[in-house]
Ligand binder design. Structure first.
Ligand SMILES: [Zn+2]
Length: 488
């Protein structure tokens, strides 16, 4: 594969700036499917892309933001040709006057393209959550969405980083980029189920049933709940639904056994015991049928490496598999610094994590609908664990529905699916196991089934377990890396 030549003008950049820029450029190029050769002086034969303070005679010139500090105020969102950009500099005196006067975002000069807004710094900024500094947190560290930059700017459902990668893929399409997904499929789908509360506590649920249905509650239903004839143990229902249509998913289990007392006083952890015979039988069934078993760490697992390790080992012992996938209960990574938790994931031997999402609203919390890696500020390199960013879960549609701009669940699923498919991205869905119970959650499987229908209808969707998708992505990433070089 012939690499793209990327000229990075280091003038005025610190070592850290250069390292972050290389990380961001690599990420964009991996997403787009190109290998690269980074150079710090313009070669006589020219370069494909330049990144610096002025326009060069390259196919694409990316103009660098003047201030690469991470303490800047939040940028402004501008759009051009349906692509959205972050405007970090309100005035850019080093830009040629003609370009400064032009519309924001990008401008074409014949075969050349000038990007006025810094998509390299923007990629680093978004993927690593620098825009999240303003977010206020509530109970259980839930994010107050109204204080989120992406939500307030109405770009939570527009994955900007993936858009920029798509722009590069299109501009250099004659270089034959490596397609993102196998067998000519356009986009990927990872289905998953967090296992929070699979064993109903009858007295709690009878109260909940009365609260939910009030005067409409039926005595017979109440008796069924109290006698244990209603169930949240719906694993086989999900497996059947998926198998019937040719899909396979991942179930994320919590191996830490909480209690009602702990729930009320300390942390909202699940209550079940993965070492019981019932769970051991279930693990055997899941393994035999090709479903993945992942970890759903307890609410505070990230605070103790030892505790986290014990939870992983405990699930591995109970399930008989090496656990490679992870999604935190309540998406609860270190709220001050999620990257610190991601570092822990790598040290504990996870291949991927899928916790970077907001509980209250669907979309792209780090503005990407592709697998990516976070940047380690200490090491100056990308972290070893892959991020599979969550797109949508049941709660987004049926619990926090009031914060979703689409009142219709089916339309919302279709809009997200179309946007991921258009960018050749990855759609990660999470439907909790108990949501198959239609007494408590009437109609909650509708959005999930619609997603499967859309995936089948187009014939262009690659669906596999999350770990298989992560392995595919890492293989592809390594292919690109072997033909890439950095002379900076
Ligand atoms: Zn959970």
């Amino acid at each position: 594969m012939h690499p793209l030549v990327i000229y990075v003008d280091k003038t005025g950049m610190s070592k850290k700036d250069i390292s972050r820029a290389c990380y961001a450029l690599k990420t964009l190029l991996v997403l787009a499917g190109f290998s690269w050769r980074f150079v710090s002086s313009l070669p006589p034969e020219g370069a494909d892309i330049s990144y610096g303070v002025s326009v060069h005679d390259t196919r694409i010139s990316i103009l660098r933001a003047r201030d690469l500090s991470c303490t800047r105020p939040q940028p402004r969102v501008v759009s051009c040709d349906d692509v959205f950009f972050l405007k970090f500099d309100e005035s850019s005196p080093h830009f040629p006057p003609l370009l400064r006067l032009s519309n924001p975002g990008l401008r074409r000069h014949g075969n050349r393209l000038v990007l006025h807004e810094d998509i390299v710094f923007g990629t680093y900024y978004l993927l690593n959550g620098l825009h999240e500094a303003s977010i206020k947190r509530g109970k259980w560290d839930s994010c107050d969405l109204s204080t989120s930059f992406l939500y307030s700017q109405d770009i939570l459902q527009r994955p900007l980083v993936s858009q920029w990668a798509s722009l590069l893929r299109h501009e250099f399409r004659e270089h034959d980029p490596i397609p993102p997904w196998p067998n000519g499929k356009t986009y990927a789908l990872a289905l998953g189920h967090d296992v929070d509360y699979p064993e109903m506590v009858p007295w709690i649920e009878s109260l909940r049933y009365l609260a939910q249905y009030k005067a409409g509650a039926k005595v017979r239903e109440l008796i069924d709940i109290l006698k244990g004839r209603e169930s949240f143990w719906r694993f086989q229902d999900w497996m059947h639904l998926e198998k019937l249509r040719g899909f396979t998913s991942t179930f994320y289990f919590c191996s830490f056994k909480g209690s009602v007392f702990r729930y009320l006083t300390k942390a909202p952890d699940p209550f079940y015991d993965v070492h019981s015979a019932r769970f051991r039988d279930l693990f055997s069934l899941l393994r035999d049928q090709g479903f993945e078993i992942g970890l759903h760490p307890s609410f505070l697992a990230y605070t103790s490496r030892q505790q986290f390790q014990e939870e992983k080992s405990s699930l591995e012992e109970a399930s008989g598999v090496c656990v490679l996938g992870n999604r935190h209960h309540y998406f609860h990574m270190d709220p001050e610094n999620p990257t610190r938790t991601a570092q822990l994931h790598f040290e504990l031997g996870f291949l991927y994590d899928s916790s970077l999402a907001f509980s209250e609203c669907s979309g792209f919390r780090r503005s990407a609908c592709h697998p990516f890696r976070l940047y380690g500020e200490t090491s100056g390199k990308e972290l070893g664990v892959l991020q599979l960013p969550l797109t949508l879960m049941d709660d987004h549609l049926y619990w926090f529905g009031h914060t979703v701009p689409y009142p219709d669940d089916m339309a919302h699923v279709a809009a997200l699916q179309a946007s991921v498919a258009q960018l050749q991205g990855l759609f990660v869905a999470n439907w909790h196991v108990r949501r198959f119970n239609s007494t408590f959650f009437p109609g909650w499987t509708r959005g999930f089934e619609h997603l499967l229908t859309l995936a089948k209808r187009g014939g262009d969707c690659y669906c596999d377990t999350a770990v298989a998708i992560a392995r595919h992505w890492i293989f592809r990433e390594n292919l690109l890396l072997t033909s890439s070089s950095c002379d900076i």
